[in-house]
Design a protein around this ligand. Structure first.
Ligand code: ADP
Ligand code: MG
Length: 429
């Protein structure tokens, strides 16, 4: 797998939203693994028609075994998805995606050998022919290359990204000289969940962490849970191993008393039986772990906190199932997840009846979501995700968090006892 770099630019419309969504789109692409994304930089237009607006630029480093031409096609497809219309050169664009470097590959670079016909405009030039002249590429490129410990050497000029950037720096000693400046998210924080207290289990990483972050961004007071120790006494965090029912009860008590009650509970914690040492466990060991953590802890915690919420007159509970539990999937993992997540989904419906009308209870059933396992899953799995998902991309933790936010918010006030699939269309009916 080679490391490649993609530059992003936008100077039309909601640039921040476009760039964020474009980075997410790349992260969702099967066969590409985004290693790191740079800050977003505000930059002045270079060689653009008069009146062109300032750009927002960024660079992402990716790992991929897909061919450069295939990547170019993907970039152009994404540009179109984001409403790019090609007109005069360098005209304002919602999104520009350029392949900057692809390992040490050189494609269509420089003069053709003597005697060969003049090139038709090459559809792909790598390294990008103007990258070394553009501070708006080099600044974020040097940042991400540095972040992953790669020199990002230009295979023709034989210079690292930092060395290509160095000549620009003396100019910037003059503070009035325009330069790429780090830009901060200009959007005001939405207040969707302001005043609400949420517990998200299994929220130290992956989908749980993304849900917790999203809830917090929308104003909720979030208590996180995981197996690690609390890092400082003021941290809104409860440490508990959910395989032990006494710990589940303690989690409920501590979280409830930490904020004098809870409005939202997300039972996200699940045993990871795919990666690390657990990947090698026997079927029975995996089954035990999944039953304890995904099923029994969810049942115990949501019954306990659900009754307290009901007594207080309001609340919202979200559990996490699996879309293929309904349709089936071959192999050990398919059997295990179907048994356990299917039970979670069915339990959720009954709990919704027990706790109505005060408390709403719903289940999110994710499809192929790119968590730790999906990052490094083999090419065969990448292709399988693409063919089984009508939208042809992985789901991201953000997609699950968006559904959780909606289910936790007043906007879904008439929704209870439902299973919401977040799966790109993989399982329907
Ligand atoms: P620019 O990115 O220079 O502002 P465009 O996005 O309009 O301009 O791209 C013009 C053409 O450049 C495209 O048709 C594309 O085929 C070609 N191209 C050549 N090399 C690359 C590359 N490395 N990355 C992206 N596009 C490239
Ligand atoms: Mg381009």
């Amino acid at each position: 797998m080679g490391t490649a770099y993609i530059a992003l630019g936008s100077n039309l419309g909601d640039r921040w939203a476009t760039l964020s969504a474009a980075v997410r789109r790349l992260r969702a692409e099967p066969g590409i693994r985004v290693l790191v994304s740079s800050e977003f930089y505000e930059t002045v237009p270079v060689n653009c028609p008069p009146g062109s607006g300032e750009f927002l630029n960024a660079v992402v480093a990716i790992e991929t075994d897909r061919e450069p031409h295939d990547i170019l096609q993907l970039l152009q497809h994404i540009e179109r998805q984001f409403g790019r219309v090609r007109s005069e050169p360098n005209s304002p664009r919602t999104l520009d995606l350029d392949l900057i470097l692809y390992g040490d590959r050189v494609i269509n670079w420089g003069e053709p050998p003597a005697g060969s016909p003049p090139p038709v405009t090459p559809d792909l030039v790598v390294p990008h022919p103007r990258m070394h002249e553009r501070a708006f590429v080099l600044v974020p490129l040097a940042e991400v290359a540095n972040g992953i410990g790669d020199a990002a050497v230009h295979p023709i000029l034989k210079k690292t990204a930092q060395e290509l950037l160095d000549p620009f720096l003396p100019k910037y000693a003059d503070l009035s000289e325009p330069r790429p400046r780090v830009s901060f998210d200009p959007r005001p924080h939405p207040q969707t969940l302001t005043g609400l207290r949420a517990l998200v289990t299994g929220s130290t990483s992956g989908i749980g962490a993304t849900i917790a972050n999203e809830f917090q961004f929308h104003g909720a007071e979030v208590i996180r849970h995981g197996r690690r120790e609390r890092s400082d006494p003021n941290e809104r965090f409860v440490s508990a191993d959910l395989r032990d029912s006494a710990n589940v009860d303690r989690l409920a008590n501590e979280a409830w008393s930490m904020s004098d009650g809870l409005d939202i509970l997300v039972c996200n914690a699940g045993a990871d039986t795919l990666t690390g040492a657990a990947g090698k466990w026997s079927f029975d060991e995996k089954l035990e772990a999944l039953l304890d953590i995904d099923l029994k802890a969810t049942v115990r915690l949501s019954r306990d906190l659900g009754r307290r919420m009901k007594a207080r007159g309001r609340g919202c509970i979200i559990t996490v199932g699996w879309d293929q539990a309904e349709t089936g999937m071959e192999g050990d993992s398919g059997e295990l997840f179907a048994a356990v997540k299917g039970a979670v989904t069915c339990f959720t419906r009954s709990l919704a009846l027990s706790l109505a009308p005060e408390v709403r209870v719903n289940c999110i059933a994710p499809g192929w979501i790119r968590t730790a396992w999906g990052q490094t899953a083999s090419a065969v799995w990448q292709e399988r995700v693409r063919t089984e998902t009508p939208l042809e991309v992985w789901g991201l933790p953000e997609d699950v968090a968006a559904a959780a936010l909606w289910l936790a918010s007043p906007a879904s006030g008439f929704i209870t006892g439902q299973t919401i699939r977040v799966n790109g269309g993989a399982v329907r009916a």
